[in-house]
Design a protein. Structure first.
Length: 95
Protein backbone atom coordinates (compact mmCIF):
# COMPACT_ATOMS: atom_id res chain seq x y z
CA UNK A 1 0.00 0.00 0.00
CA UNK A 2 1.48 3.35 -1.07
CA UNK A 3 1.58 6.44 1.15
CA UNK A 4 0.86 9.94 -0.16
CA UNK A 5 1.34 13.32 1.53
CA UNK A 6 -0.76 16.16 0.12
CA UNK A 7 0.22 19.74 0.84
CA UNK A 8 -2.95 21.78 0.44
CA UNK A 9 -3.56 25.50 -0.07
CA UNK A 10 -6.93 27.23 -0.07
CA UNK A 11 -7.85 29.06 -3.25
CA UNK A 12 -9.58 32.44 -3.08
CA UNK A 13 -12.89 30.57 -3.23
CA UNK A 14 -11.76 28.26 -0.44
CA UNK A 15 -10.81 31.21 1.76
CA UNK A 16 -14.14 32.95 1.14
CA UNK A 17 -15.81 29.77 2.40
CA UNK A 18 -13.20 28.78 5.00
CA UNK A 19 -15.86 28.17 7.66
CA UNK A 20 -17.03 25.22 5.55
CA UNK A 21 -13.55 23.70 5.40
CA UNK A 22 -14.00 21.11 8.17
CA UNK A 23 -17.20 19.87 6.51
CA UNK A 24 -15.47 19.76 3.12
CA UNK A 25 -12.63 17.73 4.68
CA UNK A 26 -15.12 15.28 6.22
CA UNK A 27 -16.75 14.82 2.80
CA UNK A 28 -13.31 14.22 1.25
CA UNK A 29 -12.40 11.68 3.94
CA UNK A 30 -15.68 9.79 3.51
CA UNK A 31 -15.27 9.68 -0.27
CA UNK A 32 -11.63 8.65 -0.04
CA UNK A 33 -12.42 5.80 2.33
CA UNK A 34 -15.35 4.69 0.17
CA UNK A 35 -12.93 4.57 -2.79
CA UNK A 36 -10.55 2.36 -0.82
CA UNK A 37 -8.07 4.89 0.60
CA UNK A 38 -7.13 5.06 4.25
CA UNK A 39 -6.86 8.61 5.60
CA UNK A 40 -3.95 8.33 8.03
CA UNK A 41 -3.93 11.93 9.22
CA UNK A 42 -5.11 15.42 8.37
CA UNK A 43 -3.87 18.64 9.91
CA UNK A 44 -4.65 22.29 9.40
CA UNK A 45 -1.39 24.22 9.44
CA UNK A 46 0.00 27.73 9.55
CA UNK A 47 2.62 28.88 7.09
CA UNK A 48 3.17 27.97 3.46
CA UNK A 49 0.42 25.31 3.44
CA UNK A 50 -3.09 25.42 4.89
CA UNK A 51 -3.48 21.66 5.35
CA UNK A 52 -1.47 18.46 5.25
CA UNK A 53 -3.31 15.23 4.46
CA UNK A 54 -1.74 11.77 4.55
CA UNK A 55 -3.46 8.86 2.81
CA UNK A 56 -2.55 5.26 2.03
CA UNK A 57 -3.80 3.18 -0.86
CA UNK A 58 -3.71 2.56 -4.56
CA UNK A 59 -1.83 5.21 -6.54
CA UNK A 60 -4.50 5.69 -9.21
CA UNK A 61 -7.24 6.01 -6.59
CA UNK A 62 -5.20 8.54 -4.58
CA UNK A 63 -4.45 10.68 -7.63
CA UNK A 64 -8.11 10.56 -8.73
CA UNK A 65 -9.25 11.61 -5.24
CA UNK A 66 -6.95 14.65 -5.22
CA UNK A 67 -7.95 15.61 -8.77
CA UNK A 68 -11.61 15.42 -7.78
CA UNK A 69 -11.00 17.66 -4.76
CA UNK A 70 -9.05 20.15 -6.89
CA UNK A 71 -11.83 20.27 -9.47
CA UNK A 72 -14.22 21.65 -6.83
CA UNK A 73 -12.18 24.86 -6.75
CA UNK A 74 -11.60 25.28 -3.01
CA UNK A 75 -8.03 23.99 -2.81
CA UNK A 76 -4.87 23.39 -4.81
CA UNK A 77 -2.59 20.60 -3.75
CA UNK A 78 0.84 19.19 -4.24
CA UNK A 79 0.88 15.46 -3.61
CA UNK A 80 4.04 13.56 -2.81
CA UNK A 81 4.64 9.81 -2.86
CA UNK A 82 6.15 8.95 0.53
CA UNK A 83 8.35 5.95 1.35
CA UNK A 84 8.83 4.36 4.75
CA UNK A 85 12.33 3.63 6.00
CA UNK A 86 11.83 -0.06 5.14
CA UNK A 87 10.64 0.79 1.62
CA UNK A 88 13.68 3.02 1.12
CA UNK A 89 15.94 0.26 2.45
CA UNK A 90 14.57 -2.02 -0.29
CA UNK A 91 14.96 0.63 -2.96
CA UNK A 92 18.58 1.42 -2.17
CA UNK A 93 19.43 -2.29 -1.95
CA UNK A 94 19.14 -2.34 -5.73
CA UNK A 95 21.85 0.29 -6.16
Amino acid sequence: MATFISLVNFTDQGMRNVKESPSRYEAFAAGAEKAGLKVVAAYYSVGQYDMVIIVEGNEAVAVAAMLKVGSLGNVRSQTLRAFSVEEMRQLVAAI
